[in-house]
Design a protein around this ligand. Structure first.
Ligand code: ATP
Ligand code: AH0
Length: 413
């Protein structure tokens, strides 16, 4: 119906847009809902977070997702049923947030929905000849649009893959638009289930902006804290702080092809799973390790792989992009600031270890005006803002940051 297209056209010309960004990540802790007001677009984007809430998932919903999450073999019907159910649940969670905030759905211009990643399979990881990079996010956007009455953009990662990327990390676009600062080289480190970072050069050159996953953030710490301690995560890193790092197990954990791959690269719990850890325990002869020592070692594993990735990317180097578009090193001269976000920023054991390994104070993204827990949801609001109101931005020829608009549009009627 053309009224919808006309509405979209009108909101692309509004001086500012109210956009709800949604993120539910690999930790399955809940849905992050960020109500943002965005003005302008691209590097001129100005964004204010008006409201933010993480709506926790109940145990039954979380378990239903876990049945199919990051698994090679699943009950196919469960996947099909969850696709609309997650859309409906997310739609209801948005309506509940709006009621709590005293805002009507008609006051919102757009929803930007990440959906739930159920399987991430970059070519380098699946290795199946003739098949492309692949990733799947479910939680259908049409269901969110119809449930809320709000135009919804969803399924952002497919365009990134279609344009040559691995479908992640997508944070890089919003990171560049919102957090670049002249004369300060910045690393924005996000530690969710999986950790990633964006490099923002102090000369603001978009063609040098770069992003990559580094490996596990909290996913393994969470899984083994759940198994051995019956808690969802190692609150404030207390278990890690009470344990001793096991060097043999740590070495075995770090022995994976992912860590040898050039930047940019992406991964997920498909690789960094409980079986991955059990295999490393076997290889290193540490099957009987004390649970608290295991948590300490897994925390150090995340800290070392994060720090080494940042260190390797930031070393002095001439070549930034190799002939085939891979990243060699940054022209940072080793001078940069690190700003952390995501749940891992609340874990002092992890933060402390990274600071020690990098020999610098790790700052919090909150200093730059956005709460660390809200950042990923905010970044999807930025992607939706770009899709409806942005101009083309050229990010150079390197891999991982194609200059394309992302998100599929669902109209409510
Ligand atoms: N106080 C705390 N102490 C230790 N860890 C914490 C604390 N608060 C949150 N976390 C960690 O943060 C995790 C949630 O992080 P976050 O919401 O950023 O992940 P996500 O968005 O689901 O993952 P991803 O970014 O990989 O998709 C929790 O599962 C837990 O491991
Ligand atoms: C496939 C997928 O969902 N990847 C997530 C995950 O969580 C962190 C890391 O792995 C990152 O690559 C990505 O999310 C963020 C939001 C991103 O795309 O920037």
């Amino acid at each position: 119906m053309k009224e919808h297209v006309e509405k979209l056209h009108a909101l692309s010309r509004k001086p500012s847009r109210r956009i709800i960004g949604l993120m539910s990540g690999t930790s399955l802790d809940g849905l992050d809902v960020a109500l943002c007001r965005a003005e302008g677009s691209g590097p001129e984007t100005r964004l204010q977070v008006e409201y933010f809430k993480t709506v926790p998932y109940d145990e039954a919903f979380r378990n239903a997702i876990r049945e199919i999450f990051a698994k090679r073999q699943i009950d196919f019907q469960q996947l099909v049923l969850l696709n609309p159910l997650i859309g409906l649940q997310h739609g209801q969670m948005i309506l509940d947030c709006l009621t709590e905030w005293g805002i009507g759905p008609q006051e919102i211009d757009l929803i930007a929905s990440h959906g739930q990643t159920v399987f991430h399979a970059p070519q380098k990881q699946h290795g199946v000849a003739g098949f492309p990079n692949a990733t799947l996010q479910i939680g259908d956007g049409d269901h969110i649009a119809v449930k809320t009455g709000i135009i919804t953009l969803s399924d952002f990662r497919q365009k990134h893959i279609a344009a040559g990327g691995e479908g992640a990390p997508l944070a890089v676009y919003g990171d560049y638009f919102l957090f670049s600062q002249k004369n300060e080289n910045r690393i924005l480190l996000n530690m969710g289930g999986i950790a990633n970072f964006t490099f923002l050069p102090g000369n603001l050159d978009a063609s040098v902006v770069f992003t990559t996953d580094t490996g596990p953030g909290n996913t393994l710490i969470d899984a083994f804290t759940r198994l051995h301690f019956g808690r969802p995560f190692d609150e404030n890193g207390e278990i890690a702080a009470s344990g001793t790092i096991d060097p043999a197990l740590l070495n075995a954990l770090k022995d994976a092809p992912f860590f040898e791959q050039p930047f940019p690269k992406t991964t997920g719990p498909e690789v960094f799973s409980m079986d991955y850890v059990k295999n490393a325990m076997q290889v290193s002869g540490r099957l009987a390790i004390e649970p608290k020592d295991l948590i300490a070692t897994l925390t150090q594993f995340s800290a070392e792989t994060i720090s080494e990735a940042i260190h390797n990317a930031m070393q002095k180097g001439e070549a930034i992009v190799t002939e085939n578009g891979e990243i060699n090193a940054m022209q940072s001269g080793g001078v940069f600031e690190v700003y952390a976000s995501g749940g891992g920023a609340h874990n002092p054991a992890l933060m402390g270890a990274i600071g020690k390994l990098l020999g610098r104070n790790i700052r919090l993204i909150d200093e730059l005006g956005v709460a660390g827990d809200a950042k990923e949801a905010v970044l999807f609001a930025v992607l939706a803002n770009e899709a409806v109101a942005g101009e083309a931005v050229y990010f150079g020829e390197k891999k991982g940051v194609p200059g394309v608009s992302m998100g599929k549009i669902s109209f409510p009627g």
